[in-house]
Write a new protein. Sequence first.
Length: 490
Amino acid sequence: MAEKDFKDIVSHAKEYGFVFPSSDIYDGLQAVYDYGQNGVELKNNLKQAWWKAMTQVQDNIVGIDSAIFMHPTIWKASGHVDSFNDPMIDNKDSKKRYRADTLIEDFASELAKTDQAKADHIVSEMNRLLSESDLKGVYDLIVAENIKCPISGTCNWTEVRQFNLMFSTQVGSVADESSTLYLRPETAQGIFVNFLNVQKTGRMKVPFGIAQIGKAFRNEIVARQFIFRMREFEQMEMQFFVRPGTELDWYEKWKETRLNFHKAIGLPAEDLKYHIHEKLAHYANAAVDIEYRFPFGFKEMEGIHSRTDFDLKSHQEFSKKKQQYFDNDLDENGKPFGNYIPYVVETSVGADRLFLAVLCNAFTKETTVDGEQTKERIYLNLHPALAPIKVAICPIVKKDGLSELGQKMYKELKTEFNASFDEKDSIGKRYTRQDLIGTPYCVAIDYQTLEDQTVTVRHRNSMQQERMTLEEVKNLLRSTATMSVLLNSL
Ligand code: GAP
C-alpha cells in the first residue's frame, strides 16, 4: 500500500467518524487525536479482544487498572528520569525542533535512492555515536553531511541535547521540585509496583501475569504518521513473572502467542514480521518487536522483552520494600526453590497503533469495469467481531408497515449485537454507507418479510444476498461476529 493510499485512509478515518484531530475547531493539537463514534467501537473491540485473550483465555493472568499519577520515585527507579530521552536539535533560522536521529535517518533514506552504501554508513555511524551518548559527534555528523532543515533550508543548527520525554505537572498549591509528578510514560510500572499486592491477594503462583490497559503520555519531539506516534496514547501491557532461568522459554512462548493474536484479528501473516533487537538495553536479555507492514513501511507494533529482574530489583532498592516471592516448588534436589525476585517477560502493544494497523489492513478499494464504466467501491474489511456495527436493519421503504417491522426486528437484535437502524436514502446508498464503516451484514426488510418474516441478508465483502429468518440472522451473527468466535481462532 502506497503513501498516497495512506492519505486516503487518514481522510477516511475522519470522514466516517473513526478518528478526529483533537480540538479540531481550534485547528487541532499536534499528535493528539480523538476517536469518533465508529472509532471508539472499533478501539473498544480491539481492547476487549486483547483483554480477553490475555486474561480470560489464560489460566494465570489477571488484570489491574493502576493510576496515571504515581509516586515520582517510581520514575527514578525505572530509569525514566535519567534516561528516557531523545536527542534533539533546533534549527536557528526556522526555529523548528527535530529529533536528531530522525533528521539523519530522513536524510539517509533520500540519499539511499542514489547511494545506498553511503546512506547505510551514515546510519550506522549515527547508531554508534548514539550508543556512546556522543551528542557532539551526532552534531558533527549533521554538519559534515550538510544536512539541512527541510523548512529553512539552512544548516544553522544548535548543539544536540537530550530531551526527556516525560510530561510533568505539579500537585498541590506549592510548585516546587518535591511536588512534581509525571504523567506515566508507560503502564508497565503500575504493574511492577502492584506485583506483591496482586500476588498476595490473588494467591498467585509463579509463573503468572498481570495485564493492564491504560493511557500513557510521551512528549514526542517528532510526532507524525497520524496516530502511529502520539503524545497521548493507550498501551496494552502484560508483565509475566517467572522463575529466573526459565525466562527465555517464556519469551519464546509469548513471541508466538502474540503473533498468533495479530493473525487472529485479521492481519495477514505476510504483513507481520519479527524484528529481533541486536543491541539490548542493559536490563534485557532478549527483545523482539512484532512489526506490521504499514503503508509507510514495516514498523514496530508490539514489543516483547525479557526484562530480567531489573524493575522489581530497582523498586526494592528505591522503596526499601522486599519484592521477593517464595517458591515452594521443589528443585531437582528436592529442595524448595525458596525466595527470589522473579524475572519478567513483557508484552507491550499500543492500542492506537494496533487500531491503525487494523484500519490500514481493512481499507479496501475495489475497481470493477462494467462496459465503458469503471466503478470503484470502498469498504472496510474488518473482522466481523471487531466491526463497530455488526448489522444494519434497512426497511426498503418507510411505508406499508415495513418501518415498524424493521424497528421490531432491530429491537430484538440490538441488545445482543451492536446494530443500527437505517431507513434514509436508497437501499444502495445505505449499503455503501455501511460498507464504508465495515458493517459485515445489512438486513433488508421488504414486502415478503410481511408475509413470511424472512429478510434479505447482504454480505459486505461479496455483496451477495441470501434470504433467511431473523433467528437465522442471529445465528449467523453468533457464529461469525462475536468475540468468542475471534478468541476461538487463537
Ligand atoms: N513498557 C515497554 C514500553 O513502553 P515501548 O516500545 O516504548 O515499550 C510499547 O512501547 C508500545 O507502545 C509500542 O510498540 C507502540 O505500539 C506503543 N507506543 C509507544 N510509543 C507510542 C506513541 N508515542 N504513540 C502511540 N503508540 C506508542
